[in-house]
Ligand binder design. Structure first.
Ligand code: PHE
Length: 358
């Protein structure tokens, strides 16, 4: 703005030039800072308008009144325009900010597929939950185990066929105290637990077990078991049967029956196998695809803890009695879900796994 407003002779023209230039600049200002600079340049303290006001004092009184009014009118008009433009710019800036920060809640995002627990883990959790509900604790033990805990502490003699390499996978050879193997069942957890805990004992011990088996529809060299052990002052065989009957009702359904058949395990005496009534046909149909007409399903091994086991772990067999049981988790899952091959559990085919959402 080059107008010289201090010369009264061309005050009118100069104000008009200032006015027109400033009005154009105001309407073109695209942000608040530019506008503030235009305002300062036109009507601020160092502006031509301020200089013109200062020069009023040198004018004759009659000139001064008209010139003063003229200057004030232009100043007021420009200030009003600045204010108006400032409001517009503020609104634009707010709108731009809102647009920039907006989140579109209607846009869908790419959902990552969610994993789920394997059916074997689900069954293990469920069985353990049932026993926790009956007052049992969860115990664990190592998969690479000493022959001592896997066999000797469990009353298994040196010539037992299960100790052969054709049955058990050895990691190292030697005396039972330092001979390492992959545990062939979860029973060594019993022995380890009793060695380090005083009775009474009520535990379930889930975990992996290993046997030198060739894979077929009912065998895997790596599978899962859940061990159970109860030791107290006067535990009887009827407690074993009652406990397993309650477990069977909770796991297979409230009308499930159980029966026991004599069996042999080195670490229990007497020993038994437990069958549950077929939940599919209720024990009656010759065409049943689950029990094949037998009416009963073989479920697990069990028995009263052999006194020799108590002695091996430092318990007095005159003071305590107890029962133990061991069940195959794959078998539980196969029976309950009608799965025809144990291989499905390790094939990792999601079409199989997705049928058990948990
Ligand atoms: N350990 C036995 C097995 O693997 C099962 C079992 C456990 C039997 C506890 C009796 C008592 O077959």
């Amino acid at each position: 703005m080059t107008s010289n407003l201090t010369n009264p002779m061309n005050l009118n023209d100069s104000l008009d030039v200032l006015r027109r230039e400033t009005v154009a600049a105001i309407s073109e200002a695209s942000d608040s800072e530019t506008l503030a600079a235009i305002e300062a340049g036109a009507v601020g303290r160092e502006s031509p308008i301020a200089a013109a006001r200062r020069s009023l004092g040198k004018m004759a009184p009659e000139e001064r009144r008209d010139a003063g009014r003229l200057i004030n009118d232009v100043a007021k008009e420009l200030e009003a325009l600045v204010e108006e433009r400032r409001e517009e710019l503020r609104a634009d800036e707010r709108a731009a900010k809102i647009t920039a920060e907006a989140i579109d809640v209607t846009v869908d995002y790419t959902r990552l597929p969610q994993g789920r627990l394997h059916i074997i883990q689900q069954v293990m959790d469920e069985v353990c939950d049932i026993f926790v509900g009956l007052g049992y604790h969860i115990a664990e033990g190592p998969e690479a185990e000493l022959a001592w805990y896997n066999f000797d502490a469990l009353n298994t003699p040196p010539d037992h066929p299960g100790r052969l390499e054709s049955d058990t996978m050895y990691l190292d050879y030697g005396k039972p105290e330092d001979e390492m193997l992959l545990r062939a069942h979860t029973s060594p957890i019993q022995a380890r637990y009793m060695e380090t805990h005083e009775p009474p004992v009520y535990i379930v011990a889930p975990g992996r077990a290993y046997r030198n088996d060739t894979i077929d529809a009912s065998h895997l060299p790596v599978f899962h078991q859940i061990e159970g052990l109860a030791v107290d002052e006067s535990i009887e065989f009827s407690d074993l049967k009652g406990t397993l009957a309650e477990f069977a009702r909770q796991f297979f359904g409230s009308t499930t029956q159980v029966r026991m058949r004599p069996h042999f395990f080195p670490f229990t005496e007497p020993s038994a196998e437990l069958d549950v009534s077929c939940f599919n046909c209720d024990g009656g149909e010759s065409s049943c695809r689950v029990c094949k007409g037998v009416g009963w399903l073989e479920m697990l091994g069990c028995g009263m803890v052999d006194p020799n086991v108590f002695t091996a772990v430092g318990y007095d067999p005159e003071e305590v009695t107890g029962f133990a049981f061991g069940m195959g988790v794959e078998r539980l899952a196969m029976v309950r879900h009608g799965i025809d091959s144990i291989r499905h559990f390790v094939d990792n085919d999601v079409r199989f796994l997705n049928q058990f959402p948990g």
